[in-house]
Design a protein around this ligand. Structure first.
Ligand code: SAH
Length: 404
């Protein structure tokens, strides 16, 4: 048995003096250093009560025996039981928001649960048509797998559920990677979703993350708006979805560049699925850092360059290096934008704040000796909301830059 049905007699974590401040602001993490005393021998993932050094009750939380983040709050309401119904309520609230925000006929790929931001630390659920993908990244989330799956099957009858808990951070929680069908198994992981008039292929078993970059939906729509009659270079293209958007927006040509063979073969399938003119598309397997330099040396320029690189900074220690990486790549990208053209540049490193990213792009403009005007700011779409108490939930930022 992993959890008790009642919050009575739970193990208790007592905090050091004055370490209750962030919990009082509803930030859900408790670091190991903030803990003075553990009573009751909680197991990994078990629900505990957190109390201040003065004995004031603060929250119910999931215990992570091995992580630096030793506990993650489930609820700040002393009367709320952490049980199957708790997960049903939180998941239902999260889905209610998405169904208010989106036309579910037209947008069939959505993040249903965005972890801490939806009050469920460590739990991510994405919905691709009638396949749900869940990622359980903390010991607490992992220990409630059955209840989470039951809540999902009740809310989404006839949907298959696939688990993609194959992310490195699970190691910090003392958890092994887990993948596999949890409900209504299918032969393969391929699903087609609808987004802004496009049809896009997702492979929930082999794709990145849970299969797809849902967070870039609004940015793809922006690319579509800006692309008319432009030659477009889509760096770090993954499955070429910015390219599909650009061509639907009237782009003259699109070059998708990525290192992943599978991503590029899916990019071709996406082009076919959307009945695009294949003569306008080039998919190249190439290191984007080298490709940008190569184009610069060749004097080749584009009307619009899209830069959506993977996360450069995983920890604070890597942030300085990441800044240099972003500056360098943006500098070279600006140099291959035709005067009067556009650069759409992104960072998904949560540790890099918006203002720092803007400063880096500004520095890149200086070094590239080009004039750069920020004409639009982009961010993760609204199915990736940010709870006011959890600013870390805001991680994706983008700038549309007019380059002279
Ligand atoms: N823009 C995409 C998501 C990009 S994710 C979308 O909206 O769907 C980052 C991509 O960069 C991944 O597909 C990864 O394969 C690719 N990648 C990582 N390092 C690379 C490199 N050095 N050169 C080219 N592509 C790279």
């Amino acid at each position: 048995m992993n959890q008790s049905d009642t919050n009575q007699s739970l193990p208790t974590l007592t905090l050091q003096d004055s370490r209750e401040k962030s919990l009082k602001r509803l930030h859900p993490w408790v670091f190991s250093k903030a803990i003075k005393h553990v009573s009751g021998k909680p197991s990994n993932g078990q629900t505990v009560s957190i109390v201040s050094s003065k004995g004031e009750w603060l929250c119910y939380a999931a215990y992570s025996a091995e992580s630096q983040i030793r506990a993650r709050a489930w609820s700040f309401d002393k009367n709320e039981l952490i049980d199957a119904a708790f997960f049903q309520r939180r998941i239902a609230r999260a889905w209610q928001l998405r169904s208010e925000l989106f036309d579910l006929e037209q947008t069939t790929g959505l993040r249903v649960v965005a972890a801490e931001s939806d009050g469920l630390p460590g739990v991510t659920v994405d919905k691709y048509d009638n396949v749900l993908v869940c990622q359980l990244l903390s010991a607490g989330a992992d220990s409630w797998r059955n209840e989470i799956v039951s809540a999902l099957t009740a809310l989404f009858p006839e949907h298959s559920i696939y688990e993609r808990s194959d992310v490195d951070v699970r190691k910090k929680e003392g958890l092994k990677p887990v993948t596999g069908w949890l409900h209504l198994p299918r032969d393969n992981g391929e699903v087609i979703i609808k987004e802004h008039g496009m049809q896009l292929l997702v492979d929930v078993m082999q794709g990145h993350k849970t299969g797809f970059y849902l967070d870039q939906r609004a940015s793809r729509a922006a690319a579509k708006r800006y692309a008319n009659a432009k030659t477009v270079l889509n760096c770090f293209s993954y499955t070429g979805t910015f390219g599909v958007a650009a061509l639907q927006g009237g782009a003259e040509s699109v070059t998708n560049a990525d290192l992943s063979e599978l991503a590029l073969s899916t990019a071709l399938k996406n082009a076919e699925l959307n009945q695009l003119d294949l003569s306008k598309i080039e998919n190249i397997k190439f290191d984007a850092f080298k490709l940008l330099r190569q184009y610069r040396e060749q004097g080749k320029q584009f009307d619009m360059v899209i830069l959506d690189p993977p996360k450069f900074a995983e920890s604070k220690a890597q942030l300085m290096g990441a800044c240099r990486g972003y500056k360098d790549i943006n500098m070279v990208a600006m140099q291959i934008v035709k005067p009067g053209g556009l650069l759409l540049t992104f960072s998904c490193s949560g540790l890099m704040e918006d203002s720092l990213f803007q400063k880096i792009v500004a520095d890149a403009a200086l070094d590239s000796k080009r004039d750069c005007l920020f004409i639009e700011k982009l961010s993760q779409d609204s199915d990736h909301p940010v709870a006011s108490f959890y600013p870390e939930g805001s991680y994706l930022k983008g700038l549309v830059c007019k380059i002279y």
